[in-house]
Design a protein around this ligand. Sequence first.
Ligand code: MN
Length: 386
Amino acid sequence: MGFFDNHGLGYKQKQGPSGFKREDLMGIQAAFKEEAIPTVKSEEEIQRSLEYGLEAAESIEDRTISCFSRGELPHYAGINTFLKVPFLEDVREVGNYDVAFMGVPFDIGTTYRPGTRFGPQAIRRISSLYTPYNYEIGVDLRESLNMCDLGDVFTIGNIEKSFDQITKAVSHVFSNGTMPIIFGGDHSIGFPCVRGVAENVEGNIGIIHLDRHADIQEKDMDERMHTTPWFHATNIPNAPAVNLVQVGIGGWQVPRPGVKVARERGTTILTINDVENMGIEKAVEIALEVAWKGAKAVYLSFDIDSVDCGFVPGTGWPEPGGFLPREALKFLQLVAREGICAMEVVEVSPPYDISDTTALLAARAALDVLATMVDHGKIGKKFATP
Ligand SMILES: [Mn+2]
């Protein structure tokens, strides 16, 4: 591989007993992929930090450090937006961005443990742990995308009125040509979010839904709770149930009224055992086939409780036996390769979380999806590479 010939890092090493070639390792290939990523945006950020945040005290030798923290570093400092991207106060300007992160702090649809109204705050806070660069994918989001954080939708203590607020907010972002990444909130928001996207899509929209729960009964305790989003979403004329694929469903928390609806409407359900038996790649192939069949766009709904509750204690209906985190991330990445129109991450309930691990996985899921989309040319058209 000529690509490696000009680097003085020992690539012409002799093969050892294992027969491995160093350059075949993804870990080595990723190191070289990084070399091609520009640093334009990070340098701009440093200049802006020095201007707005003043130059550092004289004793600081690293002159890229500012006096007031205004950028990525230190990771423990700052007033956090998601990944410390700019807060867009004037949402009328959202069309200038490729991606908009937005919170939906809503847990009135919860039927057991509440707390997901604090999900967006927790996800933003722990997202500051991350750099914008992912080693294995080889993408630096700061260099590849114009991203903003819109803050949160003004939800209130009424399910239906909050749904209207959420739909209006998502529709505003999506109709401006910007991809919404939505942090919930309980899963009832899946319906108003899909509604906000679907009304702007000419053609059908498919839904890929990762969850332990089917969430497709009509009502729960007389209201449209977080057990009901897909009943109502698949009533939307251009979001048909035949394009809804539900992955990871199973266990002791799937109410029978929802099972009846799924059966009657013909959604496609893969249990965790299905996924385990056929493998992640095959399961994704099926999910993509179902969701994209005759569809113009695919919406991705990631319920954090689709992951084994040992990894995500901070959620409203914890259930053992779901995905391992790296299985879920792999699944999401393989879906993202084909492009998605919007993504929600729901059911993070910080009061029950331990060491922010649940919120961290939520942040990670969104970032992995975005980086994969960048890597496969599915997003980033608004950004002119210098
Ligand atoms: Mn769930």
